[in-house]
Design a protein around this ligand. Structure first.
Ligand code: IVH
Length: 750
């Protein structure tokens, strides 16, 4: 197939090209990795890489898709924003929740303002701080809070009404005040935040009870709000500040500041820090002022938001499909601090990867204490040029995960030592080796029983994207595989996890560690390490947590198939591939025995993942895990879908490209709607494309569709297209003498 002969098609045909084959493999692995990190960020509120590392992965993906547009598909991370959790009911916001255009320099603020001034000179600006929290949407009907939702993708969020109802700062009922009658309908947007003063305490308590600390207050807010059990949210000191309006009936503010006065009058908390100013010079002063006192406020901030105050002017300036033109977010640069690199240790991951990480003299960066930073692999350690004992520059790119920027070579005194990658696994003493020739990563080959690998796999399988076993946290997993001697590990691979019995748990003891230093605590009386039973109380009876963990393991046996697949820790298989496999095969045995080609052809799977699955099931002890789980009652099939619930497949097999914004749909929402009708959303136009839906401001894909003669559906007809399917193609040629076809004047046939 050649698509280049028209000269208009930028996407050359690469299907027989060896580089393309490599690119496809890399694309799949990258996409799976990115989706996994998104899931950790959005669903688990527990990112494991920094924003800048995430951005690097995204850039590589974008680059690949730029070179090979045919790699792009509707499931590509470049086509999706965020993810949704299954724990909360989706709700559609009354009005779309827009985001903000980020800028990183005063020059860019100037450019934004110049564009506005060219159209509307001398408009006052409203400056406010950008709260580092979680956006929520509150709906008040007749003055009563009827719904609260997270932002989600801007169109659809998650229903967190019960959780938000526990936040004291959010009134259940609005109060009327002088000049401000309670409106019939009010959709208010704002930020749920974790107060800065409580953040350190929360993390101390988490570490003390064996949980990982939150990376920053934003994650703490998200983790606290998005609890399945609202009673847990109630235990957290969350607060709320309103910063905008959505749908509104019965009140018409004339400026943003007027709306803040109204919100405050109705009893909704507004920021104490906003200020209306007349000139851009004052905007710059505001940015400088809050840049220097960013850690002195009641909540953390990651920038300053500048808005045009006048609402009529806001309307006139309008918005793109994602962000308003009347506002901009100035993001503070990542903060960098110096600290000592005390040591470089090596951790062993779920798939055996040995990752060096820095142990730092604890230091406060961007509002939280940093003690560790990943160094990824030995090559990275070399590339960064750091030595143990160095003073290093640490930053939190995107204010999430800390990273070492560089050593401060000028202050070296000669005592610094080079890091030597250990030859043996620090957890089980096996000799580390690359999985394949040329691999930069070293791995522990003792996959089955290395306590490090097994602990990580267990923690993963009990996590939110797998069996979701509450009470089976990280320390519990560690205790099951690495109890204090002389106890033997209760689990030597994950096969026995569903057969755990209370009498196995009760003897397990763990060392108590100091939450600040991570070092074992010493018993004052005995001067020995302090040791406690993890699952039993002082009387030797089961703790509530142990009882609940076993109960939760029992209910977890009927989780849907994709969670079981994801829980197997197969390389490259994350939640997305697991869902694709479960949806296609519906039965674990069918996945285990599937033909590799059939598997690779499943949308969202591909050859790398298919090969990894084949390899996984070829290993005896892997198959034994599946058999033990099955014998314990883990469900290994999904029910067939109820045909009565399926939408009519109006677009069956049709490749559909969407370009430009479509009212009422996000990009991924529109793609999902096409999929639900049996269509195949795609992002590149070729002669084989069945239809191009051209929304607001269509891109070059529209021109290409015109040039290739691909049928075009106007964005406003998208709903009709979904329900009725593509229009019948017009006959190419009129049979001689037939007058009943299209009239020759180009008008619509009757
Ligand atoms: S205004 C249409 N004001 O930042 C304007 N947003 O990066 C929408 N945020 O999703 C938002 N503080 O959740 C606004 N003072 C503030 C804010 C703020 C934090 C969040 C908001 C938004 C995100 C965009």
């Amino acid at each position: 197939m050649s698509t280049t002969d028209s000269g208009l098609d930028a996407a050359a045909d690469h299907t027989d090209d060896a580089d393309f084959a490599d690119a496809r493999i890399r694309h799949e692995a990258l996409a799976a990795e990115i989706l996994e990190h998104r899931h950790r960020y959005y669903d688990d509120d527990a990112p494991t890489i920094s924003d800048s590392q995430f951005d690097d992965l995204m850039h590589e993906l974008v680059d690949l898709e730029h070179r090979y547009p045919e790699l792009k598909n509707a499931d590509s991370p470049t086509e999706q924003v965020g993810t949704f959790s299954e724990a909360f009911t989706p709700v559609v916001h009354l009005e779309k929740m827009l985001s903000l255009q980020d800028v990183f320099s005063l020059d860019e603020v100037q450019t934004w303002a110049d564009r506005i001034t060219a159209e509307v000179p001398d408009e006052p600006y409203l400056c406010e701080v950008k709260i580092d929290g979680l956006a929520v949407d509150l709906v008040y009907e007749g003055g009563t809070l009827t719904r609260a939702a997270t932002r989600g993708d801007g169109t659809t969020g998650e229903d967190v009404t019960a959780n938000v109802a526990t936040i004291d700062a959010v009134p259940q009922r609005l109060t009327a005040a002088d000049g401000f009658d309670v409106p019939e309908l009010l959709e208010v947007r704002g930020e749920v935040y974790f107060p800065a003063a409580d953040f350190a305490h929360l993390n101390e308590a988490r570490v003390a009870s064996g949980m990982a600390p939150f990376a920053n207050p934003r994650n703490a807010a998200a983790g606290s709000l998005r609890q399945k059990d609202a009673a847990k949210t109630a235990e957290r000191p969350l607060s709320f500040i309103a910063h905008g309006l959505g749908a509104l009936t019965g009140f018409a503010p004339d400026s943003q500041s007027h709306s803040y006065a109204a919100l405050a009058a109705w009893g909704l908390p507004t920021s104490p820090y906003w200020k209306v100013v007349a000139t851009l010079k004052e905007v710059f002063d505001y940015i400088a002022e809050y840049g220097s006192k960013r850690h002195e406020l009641v909540h953390e901030i990651d920038g300053v938001v500048v808005k045009i105050d006048d609402i009529a002017v806001q309307r006139r300036l309008g918005a793109t499909s994602r962000t308003p033109r009347w506002a901009v977010a100035f993001k503070f640069p990542p903060e960098e601090v110096n600290t000592k690199l005390l040591d470089i240790k090596v951790s062993i991951g779920r798939t055996g990867r040995a990752t060096p990480y820095a142990v730092l003299d604890p230091v406060r960066v961007a509002g939280s204490e940093v003690e560790f930073a990943t160094l990824h692999n030995p090559d990275q350690v070399k590339a960064k040029g750091v030595k143990i004992g160095d003073t290093v520059v640490v930053r939190k790119a995107g204010d999430v995960i800390p990273e070492i920027v560089a050593p401060v070579e000028a202050v070296r005194d000669g005592s610094e030592t080079d890091f030597v990658m250990p030859e043996r696994c620090p957890e089980c003493d096996s000799v580390l080796a690359p999985a394949a020739e040329g691999d930069v990563d070293l791995r522990c080959p003792n996959a089955r029983s290395c306590p490090g690998q097994l602990r990580e796999r267990l923690a993963y399988l009990s996590g939110r994207s797998c069996f979701d076993v509450d009470r089976m946290g990280y320390i519990a997993c560690a205790a099951l595989v690495q109890p204090l001697e002389p106890s033997e590990p209760v689990l030597t691979d994950e096969g026995g996890v569903f057969d755990l019995r209370m009498e196995q748990l009760l003897p397990i003891k763990v060392v108590v560690r100091d939450p600040d230093t991570g070092l074992p605590k010493i018993d004052e009386a005995t001067k020995e390490q302090k040791v406690v039973a993890y699952f039993a109380n002082k009387e030797g009876e089961p703790k509530k947590t142990a009882v609940q963990m076993l109960e939760n393991l029992e209910t977890a046996k009927s989780q849907p198939l994709w969670r079981v697949v994801n829980a197997l820790s197969i390389r490259h298989v994350g939640p997305v591939a697991a869902q694709a496999l479960a949806e296609h095969f519906r039965d674990l045995d069918r996945i285990a025995t599937a033909d590799e080609e059939e598997m690779a052809a499943v949308d969202g799977v591909g050859p790398t993942i298919a090969a990894a699955i084949k390899d996984w099931f070829a290993v005896d002890w892997h198959r034994e895990i599946v058999e033990r789980w099955r014998a314990a009652g883990v469900r290994m099939q999904d029910e067939a879908p109820d045909p009565s619930e399926a939408l009519p497949q109006t677009l069956e097999g049709l490749t559909v490209v969407i370009t430009g914004g479509i009212a009422g749909y996000t990009r991924e929402g529109a793609a999902a709607a096409v999929k639900a009708r049996g269509g195949k959303p795609s992002s590149s136009v070729s002669k084989k494309t069945g239809a191009v839906v051209a929304g607001d401001k269509p891109g070059s894909k529209y021109e290409k569709a015109v040039s290739l003669g691909v049928p075009i559906v106007p964005g406003e007809d998208f709903d009709r297209f979904l329900t009725e399917g593509p229009a019948e193609p017009e006959p190419e040629e009129m049979p001689d003498g037939d007058e009943s076809g299209s009239p020759s004047d180009g008008s619509e046939p009757e």
